[in-house]
Design a protein. Structure first.
Length: 342
């Protein structure tokens, strides 16, 4: 989502090339470069990791001049061990000999500490909801007539820039904030950047709303999940006034030895939904010796669940779909929205 925000903000001012999908491996970055037009002025690469050294290798091949870390949270812990291990692996992106600027989420102490240790010739710029170089203020999210609207301000050097976007949840302001911050740093037209943000539609599986033929609203956040994004999605959906809330939750993968604890932390949300459908080995293990809440049901196949759940959806309902990509809950979304409209 952040990659798309950056591209959207910079495209009116520069010739920008970015991968259409999450090509965040060494091969993916190479494919992005091979597809790059000859007149490209700004290349956006996404570098992901699930083990130490992976980003370092990409940086060695494709050294960036500007790097960005949007957050450090529990994810890919099977290969990285701990949140501190995640931070260490992500900071490999600052190893470029050509690095001039580093943008980071300034509300995270691990990132603040890492940024402070960078060489003096690298300009470190923080983005976040607290006191930062680029401070996000007055964040509001509403769903009006089925249309999401996120509004907030970005304060930079005493100037305030108002942003409005059809993205889901207050947490999405951070991704937009990074796009605005980079636009200001590079001297892009901030007016055009803000206009582009206003009409942007989120990528598939990243907080997209659909109105189903039954009159129910579907929130498709099915692309991926970690504990932070799962909590954000569930908590923000509680702010939407509806008749019934239904959650379809896949397991969160690659969380290592504390995976069950991270799933257990989500249980308080269950009581706030009319019905909760859960899928995955980790959920089953969690409830192996504990009774399921009265409103919670296991399911095994997204398409079978689609057939069942479609019968009971009605006007005023909200169904939230969220889980790691390996659950393939996008199959359920495709089935349910086949006849719906965005």
């Amino acid at each position: 989502t952040t990659r798309e925000m950056i591209r959207t903000c910079l495209a009116p001012s520069f010739k920008v090339h970015s991968a259409e999908h999450s090509y965040n491996t060494l091969i993916g970055c190479a494919l992005s470069i091979l597809a790059m037009p000859a007149d490209t002025e700004i290349l956006i690469l996404e570098m992901g990791t699930n083990h130490p050294g992976e980003i370092r290798e990409m940086v060695d091949f494709f050294p960036p001049t500007i790097s960005m870390i949007t957050e450090v949270a529990p994810a890919h812990l099977e290969g990285l061990g701990s949140v501190e291990g995640v931070a260490q692996a992500k900071f490999e992106i600052t190893g470029s000999p050509f690095l001039k600027a580093f943008f980071y989420f300034g509300d995270n102490p691990l990132l603040v500490s890492g940024a402070a240790s960078l060489p003096s010739h690298v300009r470190s710029l923080s983005v976040g909801f607290g006191e930062n170089d680029f401070s996000i203020r007055d964040t509001e999210f509403i769903l009006s007539n089925g249309l999401p609207r996120l509004t907030f301000d970005v304060v930079y050097k005493g100037k305030t820039f108002h942003a409005s976007s059809p993205l889901f949840g207050r947490h999405s302001a951070l991704a937009v904030g990074f796009g605005i911050a980079l636009s200001l740093y590079l001297g892009a037209s901030i007016e055009q950047a803000l206009q582009s943000i206003e009409s942007l539609h989120p990528p598939c599986g990243r907080g997209r709303f659909f109105l189903l033929t039954s009159g129910a609203m579907l929130l498709d956040d099915s692309y991926n999940a970690n504990p932070a994004s799962m909590k954000a999605s569930l908590s923000e959906s509680l702010r939407i006034p509806v008749q019934r809330r239904i959650a379809v939750l896949g397991e969160m993968k690659e969380l290592g030895k504390n995976a069950l604890d991270y799933h257990r932390e989500l249980l308080p949300f269950f009581t706030k939904f009319s019905k909760v459908f859960i899928m995955g080995t980790l959920w089953r293990t969690l409830f192996q010796n504990t009774a399921l809440p009265d409103n919670t049901v296991f399911f095994e196949n997204p398409l079978s669940l689609g057939t069942e759940i479609k019968k009971e959806l009605g006007e005023g309902d909200l169904i939230v779909v969220k889980g790691s990509h390996g659950n393939r809950l996008d199959f359920l979304v495709d089935f349910l929205v086949e006849e719906g409209v965005e």
